[in-house]
Design a protein around this ligand. Structure first.
Ligand code: GAR
Length: 192
C-alpha cells in the first residue's frame, strides 16, 4: 500500500510512521513521499534520514487553503506517486473538493481532539480551556467539511488536575503517534 504524507510542521507523526516502517511495524504500508507547504518545516529532515522523497511544494496563491495553482501542483505531485493512501499529518491547510475527488476515499487526517468536539485550529488548547476531563485524538476520512469525515479510530486522553497545556499536549502527541501508526498498519492489512 503506497502512502503519501502531507505535513506542515515538525513532523513527529510522520516520523512515527517512518520509524514504524523501519522497524517492520507498518504492515504492508510503504511511505513513498512526504510533501510540505512550508519550506522551513522540520518534516523535510525525514527525507534524507529515512531515504524517502521529501519536498516542499509551493501552495500559492492562498494562505490557508489548497486551491487553484497550488492545488494543481499538489494534485500532480501526489498523483505521480500513485498513492493508495494520503495521510494529512499536521497539514495545516484546507483541502478542497478537487484534490479530494482525485483521491476519493483515500485521504485521511489526524486531529488532536475527540471529534466532533473541538474541530479546527488548536484542538488541544480548545479542550484544555473548555475544562473537559477527557480529550484525545482522532483519525478520520477527509471530506470538504472541516474535520467532519467518517471517524476511523480515536484514543482517549484524560486531563488530570495538574495537567498544563504543555503536559496535555505531550500526552496527546504520544497518543497520536500510536494511533496513526496503528490505523495505517491496519488499513494496509485490509488493502489488497
Ligand atoms: C498534530 O498534533 C496533529 O494532530 C495536528 O498538528 C500536529 C502536527 O504535529 N493537526 C491538526 O491540528 C489538524 N487540524 P507533527 O507535525 O509533529 O506531526
Amino acid at each position: 500500500m503506497r502512502v503519501v504524507i502531507l505535513g506542515s510542521g515538525r513532523g513527529s507523526n510522520a516520523e512515527a510512521l517512518c520509524i514504524a516502517q523501519q522497524e517492520g511495524g507498518l504492515g504492508r504500508a510503504r511511505i513513498v513521499a512526504i510533501f510540505t507547504d512550508r519550506p522551513e518545516a522540520g518534516i523535510l529532515a525525514l527525507g534524507p534520514r529515512f531515504d524517502i522523497d521529501a519536498r516542499y511544494l509551493d501552495p500559492a496563491p492562498f494562505k490557508t487553503k489548497l486551491e487553484g495553482e497550488g492545488e494543481r501542483r499538489y494534485l500532480e505531485a501526489v498523483a505521480a506517486c500513485a498513492p493508495d493512501l494520503v495521510v494529512l499529518a499536521g497539514f495545516m491547510r484546507v483541502v478542497k473538493p478537487g484534490f479530494l475527488a482525485a483521491f476519493a476515499g483515500k485521504v485521511i487526517n489526524l486531529h488532536p481532539s475527540l471529534l466532533p468536539s473541538f474541530p479546527g485550529l488548536d484542538g488541544i488548547g480548545q479542550a484544555f480551556r473548555h475544562g473537559v476531563k477527557y480529550t484525545g485524538c482522532t483519525v478520520h476520512h477527509v471530506t470538504p467539511e472541516i474535520d467532519a469525515g467518517r471517524i476511523i479510530d480515536q484514543t482517549v486522553v484524560r486531563i488530570e488536575e495538574d495537567d498544563t497545556l504543555e503536559t496535555l499536549a505531550a500526552k496527546i502527541h504520544a497518543a497520536e503517534h500510536r494511533l496513526l501508526v496503528g490505523v495505517v498498519a491496519r488499513l494496509s492489512q485490509e488493502y489488497v
